[in-house]
Design a protein around this ligand. Structure first.
Ligand code: ASP
Ligand code: MG
Length: 409
């Protein structure tokens, strides 16, 4: 009898009917497995709690924020446990602190430091289904903490690692990871397997199926993660370590991120310390810069361009206007409407000419490339936002990723 950890996201437990549905799914697995169920807050509960806090004060205290946010998941564990008991199954709910999930003291984005999982183990030994609140823990200072948005994924993976589970299943409203967004590319194909590294690239490139930190954790402890649908019975996508043969495929998927904005600082003096000053000003505001390009220097001046999440764009520009003046730059130009389109795959490590092929596809469609960045297993181009869907379709087609082209799942 194996042990599985199953995680159900907010949309899977959005109302009483859906909680009952989850209970039935859990019951099926509990027949021949020990099961730990990790749940998120119901539906958009966490968003609702955040907005409540904002109505009280624009700057809520981080400790109190965690006290508030942790309530969402606690509602779900109690209700799901009742639903399981109503089906005649022995079940018991546990908060993060009750599971011995300890974190550092960085409220609202705490990192896990250790998991005892003692009580979960006892429940399993007693033949019970353990129902655990995702997203929350207890800090080393004995305060309730949360693990950052989407943190229930991390709870599930971390528990799977601690309990040495055979599998961690993430149940969600999509039925797996696709070669591209199926809403844009009707021909997109569900991937049977994907490596941890590819999944991490996907998350950082804008495809939000799993929380990034949960994937890092899964990779570190080699936890196999199966992403699948709560509402369909078919198999999803297995996120796993790289195996032989996976490199034979040149490109695994095409992703896009339309939530980007581009900022350029023109004619910045080209001397040591300027980049540190410029990006320091943005980092101080807690804004994450993605792509950075610095042009070749002419007569002692250079231009710098970079992208930030569109939501942070106004604040970034405000922070930079001061810096631009201080360092004697000519000024700023910005473009709120850019998109990042990327191709990724572990196969890129061993295949040549992938970048050239990507650029040629975009050229053929008449799409201008504004910025380029590469990693070992991905190439990204910043383009005008209005061409994003066209670019994704053209790349998906040219790299023969679609169902029609055959590559069997
Ligand atoms: N409820 C939390 C959130 O909405 C955690 C999660 O769903 O994973 O971010
Ligand atoms: Mg979620």
């Amino acid at each position: 009898m194996g042990l599985i950890v199953q995680k159900y996201g907010g949309s899977s437990v959005a109302d009483a009917g859906r909680i009952a549905n989850v209970a039935r799914r859990v019951a099926e697995h509990a027949r021949d497995h020990q099961v730990v169920v990790v749940v998120s807050a119901m539906g958009k509960t966490t968003d609702g709690l955040i907005s409540l806090a904002q109505q009280i004060t624009p700057t809520p205290d981080a400790r109190e924020m965690d006290m508030l946010l942790a309530t969402g998941e606690q509602v779900t564990i109690a209700l799901l446990t009742m639903a399981l008991q109503a089906l005649g199954l022995p079940a018991r709910s546990f908060t993060g602190p009750q599971c011995g999930l300890r974190t550092d003291t960085d409220h609202t984005r705490a990192r896990i430091t250790r998991i005892a999982a003692e009580r979960v183990r006892q429940a399993l030994d007693a033949g019970e289904i353990a129902v655990v609140a995702g997203f929350q823990g207890l800090s080393e200072a004995d305060e309730i903490t949360t693990l950052g948005r989407g943190g229930s994924d991390l709870t599930a993976v971390a528990l799977a690692a601690a309990l040495k589970a055979d599998l961690c299943e993430i149940y969600t409203d999509v039925d797996g990871v696709y070669t591209a967004d199926p809403n844009i590319v009707p021909d997109a194909r569900k991937l049977a397997r994907i490596t941890y590294d590819e999944m991490l690239e996907m998350a950082s490139l804008g495809a939000k199926v799993l929380q990034s930190r949960s994937v890092e954790f899964a990779k570190k402890y080699a936890v196999p993660v199966h992403v699948r649908s709560t509402f369909k019975a078919n198999a999803g996508t297995l996120v796993t370590k790289e195996e032989q043969g996976m490199e034979e495929v040149v490109v695994t998927g095409v992703t896009h991120d339309r939530g980007q904005a581009k900022i350029s600082i023109l004619r910045v003096p080209d001397r040591p310390g300027i980049a540190a000053q410029v990006f320091g000003a943005i980092a101080d505001k807690g804004i994450v810069v993605d792509m950075i390009v610095q042009n070749i220097s002419r007569d002692g001046y250079t231009d710098m361009s970079f992208t930030v999440p569109r939501g942070d764009y106004t604040r970034a520009v405000a922070a930079l206007e001061d810096v631009a003046r201080t360092v004697g730059a000519q000024g700023l130009v910005h473009d709120e409407r850019v998109a990042k389109v990327s191709i990724l795959g572990v196969g890129m490590r061993s295949h040549f000419g992938v970048a050239v092929r990507m650029f040629a596809v975009l050229a053929r469609e008449g799409i201008n490339i504004q910025m380029i960045s590469t990693s070992e297993i991905a190439i990204s181009c910043v383009i005008e936002d209005k061409y994003a869907e066209l670019a994704v379709r053209a790349l998906h087609d040219d790299f023969e990723l679609g169902r029609a082209r055959g590559a069997a799942v």
